[in-house]
Design a protein around this ligand. Structure first.
Ligand code: ADP
Ligand code: ZN
Length: 522
């Protein structure tokens, strides 16, 4: 166990080198665990303060800490910041000129580095592995660990081999860190990196100062201008799906006198750097961007994030909206939701060749759609997706602020439960809806499910009404959708309480999605 003295030393490093007085939640435990030489798996939201969790132990422990990161630009930023604080840090990736790379390797071999940031493909090259074995290592930190998983939202093939590290270096503690992982992805990360025995540190993913709003996409430009009126002079980011939309929207906003700039991967590097810098220095107020924007942009006072188009997954949505309000002050996340976007994404997914991959993407899209059309507290749905439950509705989302009408849906929940049980947890939501409605489609007949009691037990409701009910029951935690089994509906432990006294109150189904967003304070 880390002693009191060690804790004091860690606190001193925090103060002397990073200039902070106190640790954030979990940081100290994670640091002490690593100082004890043990593995850890850290799940902490963006902005939670993950970097310090490996930087401090690397500084304190003997030897060099190896940090694996997929993002070259981020490595440079971190190393620059550390060097400015007097920490001996360097990076080793394809952006280095040959002479600089040689220099870094020499320092590494001489034991002159506390931290070395390495791109994964470099790390696992034969020549580098040989070097690793000759140098004293303090730890491995695998940043953005979800990149190792195909279930995650940012799979990178070069991450897959990282699992070998655990075998080659059994005595060097390993820390895996990620901001975005549903339970399934977490299991996968831990399998692939061989961290089954690692202690898990899970910080809350709630960002209470962000107000979540979803509005039906009608005239996006008008809607965005209207929204911006509520935020005069504030900084914000607007995400669009394509470069073309980014450029069109930026020009349109400029025409309306808004200091907006476009950002996407097709814009020359120099210009992109300038735009980013102008934004950080408040010369540009609104960045209109593709998802290329944001990695490593640490601007505390972003007041709003708008999604002009549907994000590709809940993880992406959470990460992108998470760029708002890092200073803890009230902020807003607005998503414009249109069925056109959903169909577009569906068509794109149909072209994915790998069946498993396609299945994952369909599930991610469906979860995103369910979130957008939710009639339950948005925060509850969002946190639920990450395996966290919220005791009370949040009071700071469009649903909480303007709740839909509700009714006692116990009877329907019972029917749904009976059906899910009868088909034995092997079928998805669409199938359950068809069953309840008493459809005689070929799949149901082949499975002889038209003989089951639940077949047709909910014929009074139409398919949209049933879908709404089932989604809400998932959001409330009575059912889950198992991604590894084609999103089959499964009853949870909570479902055992259906029909045993407490009525199940659900929101009345309304076609389309509702109303306008609200203003902060309105
Ligand atoms: P993450 O990697 O989890 O997104 P970072 O490590 O980039 O988060 O940290 C986010 C911000 O919080 C950074 O500006 C960092 O300097 C700051 N930070 C981290 N730990 C502390 C702390 N204990 N006290 C104050 N600020 C902190
Ligand atoms: Zn809410």
């Amino acid at each position: 166990m880390a002693t009191k003295k060690v804790k004091e030393q860690a606190r001193k490093v925090l103060k002397d080198i990073f200039g902070y007085d106190v640790f954030r939640p979990m940081q100290e435990e994670i640091i002490c665990n690593l100082l004890d030489g043990k593995d850890a798996f850290v799940l902490m939201p963006t902005g939670g303060g993950k970097s310090i969790c490996y930087q401090i132990p690397a500084i304190m422990r003997e030897g060099t800490g190896i940090v694996v990161s997929p993002l070259i630009s981020l490595m440079k930023d971190q190393v620059d910041a550390l060097t400015a604080c007097g920490v001996k840090a360097a990076y080793y990736n394809s952006s280095l000129k040959a002479a600089d790379a040689k220099d870094v390797l020499e320092r590494f071999e001489a034991g002159d580095l506390d931290l070395l940031y390495v791109a994964p493909e470099r790390l696992l090259s034969k020549s580098f592995l040989t070097k690793l074995e000759t140098v004293k290592l303090s730890m491995f930190a695998i940043d953005e660990a979800h990149c190792v998983s195909q279930w995650g939202h940012d799979f990178r093939p070069e991450y897959v081999r990282l699992g070998e590290l655990r075998e080659i270096f059994p005595d060097v503690p390993m820390l895996a860190l990620t901001a975005t992982a549903d339970e399934h992805t977490r299991e996968d990360i831990s399998d692939r990196l061989k961290l089954a025995k690692a202690k898990r540190f899970v910080a809350s993913f709630d960002r209470p100062n962000i107000r979540y709003l979803v509005a039906e996409k009608r005239q996006p430009l008008t809607q965005i201008l209207q929204f911006l009126e509520g935020w005069p002079n504030a900084s914000g980011v607007i995400y669009c799906l394509s470069r073309k939309r980014v450029e069109d929207l930026a020009v349109n906003l400029q025409r309306h006198g808004i200091r907006a700039a476009a950002y996407h991967a097709g814009i020359p590097g120099r210009t992109r750097e300038r735009v980013q810098d102008d934004f950080l220095r408040d010369r540009v107020k609104v960045i209109v961007a593709t998802i290329a924007f944001g990695m490593g942009v640490d601007k505390p006072n972003v007041r709003f994030v708008i999604h002009h188009d549907l994000p590709k997954s809940i993880e992406s949505y959470y990460q992108e909206t998470g760029r708002a309000g890092r200073d803890g002050l009230e902020s807003e996340a607005l998503m414009l939701y249109g069925s056109g976007d959903v169909n577009l994404v569906r068509r794109l997914i149909e072209n994915v060749e790998n069946i498993d991959q396609r299945r994952v993407e369909v599930h991610k899209l469906n979860s995103m759609v369910a979130f957008s059309e939710a009639l339950t507290c948005r925060r509850r749905v969002l946190l639920g997706y990450f395996g966290e439950s919220l005791d009370e509705p949040c009071g700071n989302c469009d649903i909480c602020l303007d709740p839909p009408d509700t009714y006692d849906a116990t009877e329907f929940a019972q029917a749904a439960l009976q059906c899910v049980r009868e088909v034995k947890g092997h079928f998805g939501m669409g199938y359950i809806v068809d069953m309840l409605r008493g459809s005689n489609n070929s799949r149901i007949r082949e499975n002889k499910h038209d003989k089951l009691k639940s077949h047709g037990s909910g014929a009074d409701l139409n398919a949209d009404e049933w879908t709404s009910i089932l989604r809400q029951l998932v959001h409330h935690g009575y059912f889950v959708q198992d991604v590894s089994k084609r999103a089959a509906m499964l009853a949870t432990k909570k479902a055992e309480h259906i029909g045993t006294g407490e009525p199940i109150i659900l929101a009345k189904y309304q076609p389309g999605i509702r109303r306008q967003f609200r203003r902060l304070g309105a």
